[in-house]
Every structure is written in structure tokens, then in C-alpha cells.
Design a protein around this ligand. Structure first.
Ligand code: XIL
Length: 389
């Protein structure tokens, strides 16, 4: 087999030339805008353009502090992606920091950006134990509020938020991370208030009432690995379907790490899809050690980058192979803004995305580009969001 760097370089150069010719938008030459365009322009070799050809949306989590203020960040967000997810600004902590007062400003800006750039929005997230406002809970597991109060608050939160964005959200992550790592229901404030997992069905029903057209997702990490957690979520969503709860899909976060073996991702996507659900990869990143004891390889050695290229490629190909996998969303694109170094620091991990600190594409970018460029034979996605844009 050819070394990845060589073959990728060649494919990339070819596709890039195509981009200049076909789209006319990769050129830096000044001059009048082409007369024809009412459509948004993006390079023919961009991830979004390549995904278009099989109806697969390619997404990114967006840091709204950078959007608008950082020209390169903003341009890449518009050019490379056909769906965006707010990394933080739709979370309860951010939209209702003070009880009874909503702040939608940052999320509204992202929705407006997405419309302007013909992107769809993944809403993230309505029900979670984390990033709650402190007036509600400081840790997600304890609260001073009564069970009845919590039930009324969650209903109002879902109704108000979904109505605020009604018509503007393609997929909602209605419930996030309801199971712990062993596949046991997470004993958070919602579980305790309902005395079980009943809050999940209620949440989906309330969200559906507020925006019947949005696709409603359950979203979690480590579903990629066959095991107790993936099985528990599988049983849950199967039961929800049987009870006619309006759930449309399951999001596989896909926070991958080169120190663990690559998961059984395609089979897991497929078995959830076989329940009659859409699936999506919603928060993909591939972290690796960025500091290591002396004499061990670090990611500055090519070895870690090769492993990361392989993980990115396999993660994308798993989605490509499953017709019901409607979007592939990395959790950001640039290492500079990745959440990984701040969360996984003992030992220190990072380098989890595919643009470097100067917002230049890394080898991992070209792997994704190449896989999409070669995917003309993958099944074409169907349903809302799958068309050209
Ligand atoms: C992370 C964000 O990236 C960070 O900026 C924030 O400090 C913590 O949350 N699973 C999820 C995401 O569903 O919302 C998390 O995002 C990452 C893990």
C-alpha cells in the first residue's frame, strides 16, 4: 500500500484543481462576483461539497466567540461544513443563566450564520446533567428544588427553547448522556425527580409538540463500542420506538482516543439504524498523547499522526457505509479551540482535530477529503437534509 501522505497529497492536488475550475471560489483573484450566483459558494473540494454528492452532511461544532471575530475561522466554518452545532451556546447554563431570563443572542447569531451559508443546525442539547445553571444544580446530581418543581422546569425549558428555534433546527439532541460508563442509568437530578428514566419519553414528546418537523435524537458517547453501555442505550431506544415515543435518531458522539482500539462503530451504527432510526456521528475527535515520558513516541512523531489518520478515516467510512447515517460532525476543526487539552490532561492529550494552530489543514483533513472524494459509490442519504444545497 502507498504511504498515506503520498497518495493523499496526489489526490488532494487533483481535487483542488477541480475546485478552482468548477466552483471558481477557491481563487484569490479579485474581480467582479460571477453573475449567476444566488447560491452560496464553497470550493468543489471542500468537505461539504464532497459530502453533497451522496447527500451526507458534514458538520462542525462551532465556537461562537471565534465566529465573526476570527476571519479564517469564520471562512473555514462556512466553506467546509454543511451543518453546524453550537459547542456551548444552546446549553441550559448559557441560555438561562438567571432563572426566568433567557439569553438567546449567541445561539441566534449562529442560526443566522447557518441560514446565510445554507447550513443546517444540530441543536445541542435540551436535557443533560452537565452545564446546568447553578440556580438549578451545581453538579447535575444534587439540587435544592423539589421533584415537582424540576418536572415543571424541564417541561418549560424544552417547550420554550424548542419553540424559540422552531423551524430552524434540523436535529435536536433532546437527551444527552443518560447512561453512565457501565450502562447504568445516570442518577442525575432528572432520574431522581422522575424516579426512573421516564423523563426521557416526556422530553421527546414535549420537544415534538414544540417543533413537529425537527428530527429528535438521543446522543451519547461510547455507543461506538459494543458493550453494556451501547446495549443499554439500544434497549432504551428500542423500547421508546415500541411505545411510539417520537424519537428519530441516535447520535454517536465519537470522542475517540488512539490509546484504545478502534471501536466496532459501523456495526453499532447499523444495528441502531435497523431499529428504524437515523444515526449520526455528532462529536467526533481523535485525541492522542501530546506529552509522554522520555523515550516514548509523542504525536510529534509521525506514528501518532498515522494512527489518528486511520481513526478519522475509519470513523468517516463507518458513517459512509450506513445509509441511515445522515451527518458526520467533528467536535470543532482546529486544535487551538478543541476541548480536549482542557479535559484530558493527566496524561496530557490533544491534537484531536484536523486543522493546526495556524488554521492550516493537517494530514487528517486530507484523509477525510480523500475518503469523501472516493465515496461516489456510497449509498445516497434520503430524507430531509439530504438534498443538494
Ligand atoms: C464540551 C465543550 O466542548 C466544552 O467547551 C465545554 O466546556 C464542556 O462541554 N459531550 C458533549 C458536549 O455532549 O456538549 C461536550 O462539549 C463534550 C462532551
Amino acid at each position: 500500500m502507498l504511504r498515506p501522505a503520498l497518495s493523499i497529497g496526489l489526490v488532494s492536488a487533483t481535487v483542488l484543481l477541480g475546485g478552482v475550475t468548477l466552483a471558481g471560489s477557491a481563487s484569490a483573484e479579485p474581480g467582479p462576483a460571477p453573475a449567476q450566483s444566488q447560491a452560496v459558494k464553497y470550493p468543489a473540494d471542500s468537505l461539504r461539497a464532497l459530502g453533497d454528492r451522496i447527500g451526507l452532511r458534514i458538520g462542525t461544532a462551532v465556537n461562537t466567540d471565534e465566529l465573526g471575530s476570527n476571519a479564517d475561522y469564520t471562512r473555514i466554518t462556512a466553506e467546509q461544513f454543511s451543518t453546524v452545532t453550537p459547542e456551548n451556546v444552546m446549553k441550559w447554563q448559557l441560555v438561562e443563566p438567571n432563572r426566568g431570563t433567557y439569553d438567546w443572542a449567541a445561539a441566534d447569531r449562529l442560526v443566522a450564520f447557518a441560514k446565510k451559508n445554507k447550513q443546517l443546525v444540530r441543536g445541542h442539547t435540551l436535557v443533560w446533567h452537565s452545564q446546568l445553571p447553578t440556580w438549578l444544580s451545581s453538579d447535575g446530581y444534587t439540587t435544592t428544588l423539589s421533584n415537582d418543581e424540576l418536572k415543571a422546569l424541564l417541561k418549560k425549558h424544552i417547550q420554550d427553547q424548542v419553540k424559540h428555534f422552531r423551524g430552524d433546527i434540523w436535529q435536536w439532541d433532546v437527551v444527552n448522556e443518560a447512561f453512565d460508563d457501565d450502562g447504568q442509568p445516570r442518577q442525575d437530578i432528572w432520574y431522581k425527580a422522575w424516579g426512573g428514566l421516564g423523563y426521557i419519553a416526556d422530553a421527546f414528546r414535549w420537544a415534538h409538540e414544540a417543533d413537529p418537523k425537527a428530527l429528535l435524537f438521543y446522543n451519547d458517547y461510547n455507543l461506538e463500542f459494543t458493550g453494556p453501555k451501547s446495549n443499554a442505550v439500544y434497549d432504551l431506544v428500542k423500547t421508546l420506538k415500541a411505545q411510539r415515543v417520537p424519537i428519530d435518531g441516535v447520535g454517536f458522539q465519537g470522542h475517540l482516543d488512539t490509546q484504545y482500539g478502534f471501536p466496532d462503530l459501523q456495526n453499532n451504527l447499523q444495528r441502531f439504524a435497523d431499529l428504524g432510526l437515523k444515526v449520526a456521528e455528532t462529536e467526533v475527535d481523535v485525541r492522542t498523547f501530546t506529552q509522554a515520558p522520555p523515550n516514548e513516541n509523542t504525536p510529534t512523531s509521525p506514528l501518532a499522526a498515522y494512527a489518528q489518520e486511520s481513526y478519522w478515516s475509519r470513523a468517516l467510512q463507518a458513517c459512509l457505509a450506513v445509509r441511515e447515517c445522515i451527518s458526520f460532525t467533528p467536535w470543532g476543526f482546529a486544535d487551538t479551540y478543541s476541548w480536549i487539552p482542557g479535559w484530558f490532561d493527566d496524561p496530557q492529550e490533544g491534537a484531536a482535530l484536523f486543522y493546526d494552530g495556524n488554521l492550516q489543514p493537517k494530514s487528517q483533513y486530507y484523509v477525510l477529503q480523500q475518503d469523501l472524494a472516493l465515496a461516489a459509490g456510497a449509498p445516497h442519504r434520503s430524507g430531509p437534509g439530504a438534498g443538494r444545497h
